[in-house]
Design a protein around this ligand. Sequence first.
Ligand SMILES: *[C@@H]1O[C@H](CO)[C@@H](O)[C@H](O)[C@H]1NC(C)=O
Ligand SMILES: *[C@@H]1O[C@H](CO)[C@@H](O)[C@H](O)[C@H]1NC(C)=O
Ligand SMILES: *[C@@H]1O[C@H](CO)[C@@H](O)[C@H](O)[C@H]1NC(C)=O
Ligand SMILES: *[C@@H]1O[C@H](CO)[C@@H](O)[C@H](O)[C@H]1NC(C)=O
Length: 416
Amino acid sequence: MIPVVAKICGLSLWLVVWMVLGKPSPVSACPQNCVCYPTPMTVSCQAQNFTAVPVGVPYESQRVFLQNNRITELRVGSFGFGTQVLWLFSNNITWIEAGAFSELRDLEELDLGDNPSLHRLEGGAFRGLEKLQSLHMHRCKLTALPHDIFHKLYSLQFLYLQNHLHFLQDDIFSDLINLSQLFIHGNRIRTLSENVFRGLVNLDRLLLHDNRIRQVNRRAFRDLGRLTMLFLFNNSLAELPSQTLRDLQGIEFLRLNANPWSCGCEARPVWEWFREVHVSSSEVICASPSTRRGQDMRFLREMDFALCPLPDPGSIAGSTTTTFKTVKAGLYGKGPSTTTSVVKYELGEEELALPKLDPEEYWANYGNEDSGITVRCFELECPPEFDLPPSSSASPSVLPILSLCLLTVPIHLLFG
Ligand SMILES: *[C@@H]1O[C@H](CO)[C@@H](O)[C@H](O)[C@H]1NC(C)=O
Ligand SMILES: *[C@@H]1O[C@H](CO)[C@@H](O)[C@H](O)[C@H]1NC(C)=O
Ligand SMILES: *[C@@H]1O[C@H](CO)[C@@H](O)[C@H](O)[C@H]1NC(C)=O
Ligand SMILES: *[C@@H]1O[C@H](CO)[C@@H](O)[C@H](O)[C@H]1NC(C)=O
């Protein structure tokens, strides 16, 4: 009888020792006003009115959440820890010193979104982030980007850049050989130059809608042979050189709606492209000439171009976008097509199945990506299973067993 009790006690003593000593220690090293969780080691300091990155974040942290604070500056030395995920969205960041992140060598995800005081960046702001896969910078107020801002970010796959950008310089993305999704919608971009997307050989999705684009260089998409999705809706495009579309060998989903398309002779190369390819496209409604207003460019007929001059060989090769510019608008008034009937475009099956990427939808999910409930809850909001016992003291239920053991072990020694 007694040996059995002693055995149980030996076991429970061992358990107690394990619970006290064997538990991961970082929880006790949690910075003030933060909550820490083990595996993956997470330090959550959100919504605490921090004005600077708190000190004392354990070096071996894997996820550090600092969103919804009032952090204003990120400097070299701000981050005395290594982490893979760093959330800094919804702060008041105004300045990021060159090299501020350079010690975060293992960083894979950096979220700087919704920092409306961030108007400019220094060239070296992201220096050293060679393992970064995902960079979120939407809802900041950047009006321009330094030409070398993305240098050496070879691992980057997702880049979100909705800001107030007016232009993108040539080769700004040229090191991003692994980039898969580039979201630069909602800026103020007016032109896309020949080499703006050079090097993006693995790009799959390019979102350029809600800008002010009126001109696209005929080779602007030259390296985008792997692109499957291009959104150009709600811009100021009247024409598009057909070569830009021909360079998109892998395109599956295209949205060109809400642009003031001209559907005179200049539309012919694009119209022909639509007849040749199999692509799920939005409607492409003509804004001019007035006789074709409201018609869908894709469904114009051969005879609509009957009065056009023969395409000049240079334009077939795509050397110019304005070959037909001088054709008088009056030409069309006499044409046979005075109908105003609009061909209704039905969404294809694949297009209906498209993941929705509306800004609203994106924002509704913003901040929820990759977040288990474990890390999003905070104190009272947390479901009960996350009320982890304090690590430094044994939980009360252990104490009776402990005292029983202390009592029975001597008895065992005395009588055993
Ligand atoms: C942060 O500051 C605001 C305004 O001063 C205050 O209402 C709020 O309680 C503070 N939050 C914390 C966690 O201290
Ligand atoms: C943001 O920081 C600036 C100083 O850099 C300060 O003037 C401003 O009040 C701050 N805004 C908020 C909302 O905390
Ligand atoms: C690019 O992505 C591929 C596949 O995701 C990965 O194997 C490769 O290491 C990445 N390259 C770099 C330089 O990160
Ligand atoms: C079109 O884009 C502009 C920004 O360029 C935006 O303000 C506007 O709301 C967009 N229109 C629609 C219908 O989404």
